[in-house]
Design a protein around this ligand. Structure first.
Ligand code: HEC
Ligand code: HEC
Ligand code: HEC
Ligand code: HEC
Length: 146
């Protein structure tokens, strides 16, 4: 075997050796336990505290608002979509919830958007429609229409 081929072979073997070594040390323990991902990720994720508690929990204390909401166009929207996660607030009501206080917030869902069907969410042009006035001056967020 010519000398240059021997040298090339040595380099090759070294390279493969280093790669196998790296694979051994860097692969997480539970990799491929259930398929092409880390098995331990399942317990890590299920151990996390749930941050959203759902409208039924909010309704235990805010029954009149919850009741109002079931009668209006926003009945399908969870409280926490607008007020943020409630897991701390339900244990201690002094921990404030987020109160959205600008028109931009409503426009996340209601702005004119050709890609979204008008028949599902009514869309408006904010400037034309409200002329800078706050949306909640005219619409109750919990029951935008009577
Ligand atoms: C255990 C009873 C209880 C539960 C459950 C509860 N709240 Fe409250 N919440 C209160 C009380 C009492 C206040 C008034 C506290 C204050 O403003 O001093 C309040 C105030 C609020 C406020 C306005 C005041 C602010 O600045 O935070 C919002 C918004 C609110 N709650 C939303 C929610 C939402 C959304 C849920 C469900 C995720 C929820 N609450 C669940 C008792 C509760
Ligand atoms: C579409 C967004 C939206 C949803 C959904 C929503 N809220 Fe609100 N909420 C608001 C806004 C905006 C305000 C501030 C209203 C104002 O300043 O007049 C508010 C104010 C409040 C307040 C404090 C003022 C008050 O009226 O007593 C409470 C408490 C509250 N919301 C609870 C709830 C609960 C409970 C739910 C679910 C049953 C809910 N909200 C669902 C947007 C929403
Ligand atoms: C998370 C998305 C979302 C947000 C945020 C939101 N809405 Fe809505 N809104 C809806 C959906 C869904 C409906 C029911 C479908 C419809 O009627 O357009 C609705 C319905 C309405 C309607 C009745 C439209 C009709 O004539 O049928 C009004 C008015 C309205 N929203 C105003 C507001 C205002 C004001 C805010 C801000 C406080 C707001 N919305 C925030 C999703 C949203
Ligand atoms: C000066 C009062 C006023 C203000 C401010 C206002 N609205 Fe309205 N809104 C109305 C009236 C009245 C209607 C019904 C007549 C119409 O469709 O224009 C309406 C209708 C709607 C509709 C249903 C449109 C449809 O096609 O049926 C939506 C969605 C809406 N408003 C969202 C908003 C949002 C979001 C804001 C804040 C950017 C806002 N409104 C500000 C009075 C107001």
């Amino acid at each position: 075997m010519p000398l240059q081929v021997k040298r090339l072979l040595i380099v090759f073997v070294l390279f493969i050796g280093i790669m196998l070594g790296l694979k051994y040390f860097l692969t997480p323990e539970s990799w491929r336990e259930y398929g092409a991902y880390r098995g331990n990720a399942l317990t890590e994720i299920s151990d996390k505290e749930a941050k959203y508690v759902q409208t039924e929990t909010c309704a235990m204390c805010h029954d009149s608002i919850a009741e109002l909401k079931t009668q209006g166009a926003h009945k399908s929207i969870q409280c926490e979509i607008c007020h943020g996660p409630g897991y701390k607030h339900i244990d201690d009501e002094n921990i404030d919830m987020n109160i959205p206080d600008d028109n931009q917030f409503c426009m996340r869902c209601h702005s004119k958007n050709a890609a979204s069907p008008q028949s599902i969410i009514k869309q408006i042009d904010a400037v034309e429609h409200s002329e800078g006035e706050e949306c909640i001056n005219c619409h109750n967020p919990h029951q935008p229409w009577l």
